[in-house]
Write a protein that binds this ligand. Structure first.
Ligand code: ADP
Length: 540
C-alpha cells in the first residue's frame, strides 16, 4: 500500500457500535492509522471540519439525521476544492436507496452484509482516486503559478514595449516637428539671401538701396548661421555627443563678453542691461566648460532681449557653497504658468500662431537645459505674465588655481612699426580671401595651400608669429601639420579653424597641440579679438 494512503484520515459514521468496531478493526489490520468514528450523525459536519477526513464511511439509516441528509450537509465540504469521497455502507438494499445516495454525492455504495475484502479494495480505490485528484490539484496550482508568473513577465515586457513605442512616437513627433521647423527656419533667411543677393549687384538700384540689401543679406546669413548652429547643438546633445571640455577660467570674463555682445541690441531697443555680481566674483576661477557656459547665457539673454520691449535685463550671479547660480531676469512679456512646464522641450513655444511677433526655432531653452545638465547643474524658470521672467541655472563651482596643462605661449616679440606675420593655411580660395581681407590692414599674411607647405613655411620663416590652420587641407591635414610644427616651434600659437561640426573635433584640435579652436564661419571681429588675445598687434 502507498504510504500516503496508509496515513489517510478515515471517518466512520454508523449508529451501531458493533458495525464501527468491525470496520475499525479491519482498517487497522489493513494498516490505516488515522481513523475516527462516531455513532452520532449530528457530529459529522463538525468532525468533517476539524478532522478533515480523506474518506467518509457512512451508514444511511440513523437516528436524528439520515445518511441522505448528511450527504446534503456535506456537499459544501465534498464539492469544495478538495474531493472527499463518501463510501455508503448500508443495510438498505433497494435500488432507490443506491441511486439516491449516489446522486446526492456518495462516491460508492456497498450493502450489508459486507465482504470485507471488497470493502478494503473499494476504500483503497477511493483513497487512490482522492490521492490522484489531490496530485492533479497540486499540478494545477503549480501551473497556475507558472501562468501567473509568465503573465506578469508578459505584462512587464508589454510595459517596456509600450515605453519603447511611446519613445519611438515621441522621436517621430520630434522628427516631424524638426522637418516642419527646418523648412521654415532655413527657407526664411534663404529667401532673404537669394532674393537680395542678385539685387545687391544689380546696377539699376541706387547705392543706398544696395547698402540696405547688403544689411538684409548680413542679417539673413546671421540668422541662418544661428539656426544651423542650434540644430547641430540639439543633435549633439540628444545623441550624447556634445563634448564638455573642462578647463580653468574666470567666469567674470564670460559675463563681460555677454555684456559686450548684447549691449548694442539693448541700447538700440532702449533697454538697460545690468550686470549684478559680488566683488569676489571677479577673482573666482572655476573648472568648467567656458564655451558651453557662454552658450547657455547667450540663449537666455537672447530670449530676454527678444521678449522685452522696455525696462531692463539683469544678468547676475550668486556665489553659494560649491555652486554658482546665474540668473537672467527681464521685464518683458512673461510666460503663462501652463506654458512654463513645456518651454524647455524641443521646438516648444508659448505662442505658436503664425501672427506672433518674434522669430525662433523653439530650441534655445532645450539647448540651454541640455548644456546646463551636461555641466552638472539645473535650470528653472519663473515668470509673471506681462511683468517679466527670470531664468536661473546652477553650475558646480570647483575652484581652480591655474591651468598648467598647456605650454605657456610666449607673447611674440614685436618690432616697432612692423606688421606681425600670420601664416594662413587655407586651400579654399574664398576662405583665404576672407581672411586676407579681414586681416591685411593689421597683419602681413602668408598663405600655405596645404599642410606640408604650412610646416615648411614655419621652418623657413621663423618670423611667423601665429598660424591660422584649416583642418581639412590637401597632402597633410591641419592636425598633423600642427603636430609637426609644434615639434620645432612649441611656442608658436596655432588657431584651428574648421567647418567640421562633428562630435569631438574641438577636443581633437586641442589634443593635436592647437592653442585655440574656432568653428567656421568666423566673423572679422571674432578673429581679430582672438588674434589679439595672443598679444599680436602692431607695435607703434
Ligand atoms: P525660441 O526663442 O526660439 O522660440 P526658446 O526655446 O528659446 O525658443 O524659447 C521657447 C519659448 O519660451 C519661447 O518661444 C517663448 O514663448 C518662451 N520664452 C523663453 N524665454 C522667454 C522670456 N525671457 N520671456 C518670455 N518668454 C520666453
Amino acid at each position: 500500500m502507498e504510504p500516503t494512503l496508509k496515513n489517510s484520515k478515515i471517518l466512520i459514521v454508523d449508529d451501531q457500535v458493533a458495525n464501527i468496531d468491525v470496520l475499525e478493526g479491519f482498517l487497522q489490520m489493513q494498516g490505516y492509522t488515522e481513523i475516527i468514528t462516531t455513532t452520532d450523525p449530528r457530529q459529522v459536519v463538525h468532525l468533517s471540519s476539524v478532522f478533515v477526513p480523506d474518506l467518509i464511511l457512512l451508514d444511511l439509516s440513523m437516528p436524528y439525521i439520515s445518511g441522505f441528509e448528511i450527504l446534503q450537509l456535506l456537499k459544501p465540504f465534498i464539492q469544495a476544492n478538495t474531493f472527499v469521497p463518501v463510501l455508503v455502507l448500508t443495510a438498505d438494499i433497494t435500488k432507490e436507496a443506491k441511486q439516491r445516495a449516489l446522486s446526492e454525492g456518495a462516491s460508492d455504495f456497498l450493502t450489508k452484509p459486507f465482504d470485507l475484502i471488497e470493502v478494503g479494495l473499494r476504500i483503497k480505490n477511493l483513497l487512490f482516486t482522492k490521492y490522484l485528484v489531490q496530485q492533479l490539484g497540486n499540478q494545477n496550482q503549480i501551473l497556475e503559478e507558472k501562468v501567473k508568473a509568465r503573465t506578469r513577465e508578459l505584462e512587464e515586457s508589454n510595459i517596456e514595449l509600450i515605453d519603447a513605442r511611446d519613445k519611438a512616437e515621441a522621436s517621430n513627433r520630434l522628427k516631424t516637428a524638426f522637418m516642419n521647423n527646418i523648412s521654415h527656419e532655413i527657407r526664411t533667411p534663404l529667401n532673404g539671401i537669394l532674393g537680395f543677393a542678385p539685387m545687391a549687384i544689380d546696377p539699376t538700384f541706387s547705392d543706398t538701396d544696395k547698402q540696405e540689401f547688403l544689411e538684409i543679406l548680413n542679417f539673413s546669413s546671421q540668422r541662418l548661421m544661428q539656426t544651423v548652429t542650434d540644430y547641430m547643438d540639439v543633435s549633439l546633445i540628444t545623441s550624447d555627443n556634445m563634448e564638455v571640455i573642462k578647463k580653468g577660467f574666470a567666469p567674470v570674463e564670460v559675463l563681460n563678453e555677454i555684456q559686450s555682445l548684447f549691449q548694442p541690441q539693448c541700447s538700440s531697443k532702449n533697454i538697460s542691461l545690468i550686470i549684478e555680481k559680488q566683488e569676489t566674483f571677479n577673482s573666482i576661477f572655476i573648472n568648467s566648460d567656458r564655451t558651453l557656459l557662454k552658450k547657455v547665457l547667450t540663449h537666455l539673454v537672447d530670449n530676454a532681449v527678444k521678449f522685452t520691449k522696455s525696462g531692463s535685463i539683469t544678468v547676475g550671479v550668486h556665489i553659494n557653497i560649491g555652486i554658482l547660480e546665474f540668473y537672467v531676469k527681464d521685464t518683458g512679456k512673461g510666460i503663462n504658468e501652463d506654458a512654463l512646464s513645456i518651454i524647455f522641450e524641443h521646438f516648444s513655444q508659448e505662442d505658436v500662431t503664425t501672427t506672433r511677433d518674434h522669430e525662433g526655432s523653439g530650441l534655445g531653452l532645450a539647448i540651454a537645459k541640455g548644456l546646463v545638465t551636461l555641466l552638472g547643474g539645473k535650470i528653472r524658470a519663473e515668470s509673471d505674465k506681462d511683468k517679466g521672467s527670470t531664468f536661473t541655472f546652477t553650475i558646480p563651482w570647483i575652484e581652480e588655481i591655474s591651468d598648467s596643462s598647456k605650454p605657456v605661449i610666449q607673447t611674440p616679440e614685436l618690432v616697432v612699426g612692423k606688421r606681425p606675420i600670420i601664416l594662413v593655411a587655407e586651400d579654399e580660395p574664398y576662405g583665404f580671401m576672407l581672411f586676407e581681407l579681414s586681416l591685411d590692414t593689421d597683419y602681413e599674411i602668408i598663405r600655405a595651400l596645404d599642410g606640408e607647405e604650412a610646416v615648411e613655411l614655419c621652418k623657413l620663416i621663423p618670423e611667423i608669429q601665429l598660424v591660422l590652420m584649416d583642418i581639412k587641407l590637401p597632402k597633410m591635414n591641419g592636425l598633423k601639420a600642427t603636430r609637426e610644427i609644434k615639434k620645432f616651434r612649441n611656442d608658436l600659437p596655432i588657431i584651428a579653424l574648421t567647418a567640421y561640426a562633428e562630435a569631438g573635433i574641438r577636443e581633437r584640435c586641442l589634443e593635436a597641440g592647437c592653442d585655440e579652436y574656432m568653428p567656421k564661419p568666423v566673423s572679422k571681429i571674432e578673429l581679430l579679438n582672438k588674434i589679439k588675445e595672443f598679444g599680436l598687434a602692431v607695435k607703434v
